[in-house]
Design a binder for this molecule. Structure first.
Ligand code: IPM
Ligand code: MG
Length: 368
């Protein structure tokens, strides 16, 4: 029998542990029904890691992540750690994981489930049937560019500096992911930049176009400025299929796209790296939402984004499309049955807790 796949779970802070608990129950369900068994390890990241080790990502944890077949992350951060120095902040733990695991492509699907089309703040007809993906570059641009820092000015006052920088190789490797993904969808990519203002944006546009012309002539490519894209996302989101964009624009536009679906609590994501020496593609899966410290421990958190992130993990890292389909179908079933956590609550539906939502997903899996 093949060795069990290694899954590292980093539940993190705030609602992270609560939503992850429901994923663990899905994992147990898969093992009990002999669909799949994983070698599951738990570890700390973010504020909880800082409390335990004085750093948001211990070396030992990073080593485990590098060794795992996939990492599943909950959320990091909270007001308790807001005043820590930059390097100790919970978010640095996540950024370090991305950097060290070389997770350069972040896939953020925004899919509107039929049962939730009316939960969107946008008009139902604008969002019904929406199915798009933002491919966000995750290792470059403003987030990691040098120089960076805050310095004192001789005459008093200070100067904060960050650098927006991209190379051909960084642009092309993420664009390639977007084009390959588009081939499995409707062969349409929109590349988003600020080529009207930034040199790095001019380069972005040229390199994406070059790659398309050279290797993906079958894919239709358009370009859009980031500000226009933000506007188009709320004006007519269904014009998009695959969007590829840089780190900072991707961060902002994916929050915007997520809200089209009714709630940030519904959106999964996958961060993918290059293949390692064993031919495995490093990967980390996490919900797009944050740690929501204001509702942590109250049973109000929506576990579906994390459950759907695990479905992405089954599909991309473990080649278990059947189980992934089944899990996604179970989520659709509970929504169709009218179960809602508070973030997606609508009149006439039944409000349930995090735990009850997880339980309903298991029941739906049983029936599927
Ligand atoms: C995200 C988050 C992170 C980011 C934070 C927590 C560092 O907002 O994954 O979108 O800015 O990338
Ligand atoms: Mg973000």
């Amino acid at each position: 029998m093949a060795a069990k796949k290694k899954l590292l779970i980093l539940a993190g802070d705030g609602i992270g542990p609560e939503v992850m608990q429901e994923v663990k129950r899905v994992i147990e369900w898969l093992a009990l029904r002999q669909k799949a068994a994983f070698d599951v390890e738990d570890d700390l990241v973010g504020g909880c890691a800082y409390e335990a080790h004085g750093t948001p990502l211990a070396d030992k944890t990073l080593a485990r992540a590098m060794d795992a077949d996939a990492v599943l992350l909950g959320a990091v951060g909270g007001p308790k750690w807001d005043s820590l120095p930059f390097e100790k902040k919970p978010e640095r733990g996540l950024l370090k994981l991305r950097k060290e695991m070389e997770l350069f492509a972040n896939l953020r699907p925004a899919v509107v489930f039929d049962a939730l089309a009316e939960a969107s703040t946008l008009k139902t007809e604008l969002v019904r049937g929406l199915d798009m993906v933002i491919v966000r570059e995750l290792l470059g641009g403003m987030y990691f560019g040098e120089p960076r820092g805050i310095e004192a000015l001789p005459g008093g006052g200070r100067r904060g500096v960050n650098t927006h920088v991209y190379t051909t190789a960084e642009i092309q490797r993420v664009a390639r992911v977007a084009f390959e993904l588009a081939r499995k969808r409707t062969r349409k990519v929109c590349s988003v930049d600020k080529a009207n203002v930034m040199e790095a944006g001019v380069l972005w546009r040229e390199e994406v176009q070059k790659l398309r012309d050279g290797e993906f002539p079958d894919v239709q490519l358009s370009h859009m400025y980031a500000d226009n894209c933000a506007m188009q996302l709320v004006r007519n989101p269904k014009q998009f299929d695959v969007i590829v964009t840089d780190n900072l624009f991707g961060d902002i536009l994916s929050d915007c796209a997520s809200m089209l679906t009714g709630s940030l609590g519904m959106l999964p994501s996958a961060s993918l790296g290059a293949a390692d020496a064993k031919g495995r593609c490093r990967a980390l899966y996490e919900p797009v939402h944050g740690s929501a410290p204001d509702i942590a421990g109250t049973g109000k958190a929506n576990p579906l984004a994390t459950i759907l992130s695990f479905a992405m993990c089954l599909r991309h890292s473990f080649d278990m499309a059947k189980e992934a389909d089944r899990l996604e179908a179970a989520v659709k079933t509970v929504l169709a049955e009218g179960l809602r956590t508070p973030d997606i609550m609508q009149a006439g539906k039944q409000q349930v807790t995090t735990r009850a939502m997880g339980e309903a997903v298991l029941k739906a899996l049983d029936k599927a």
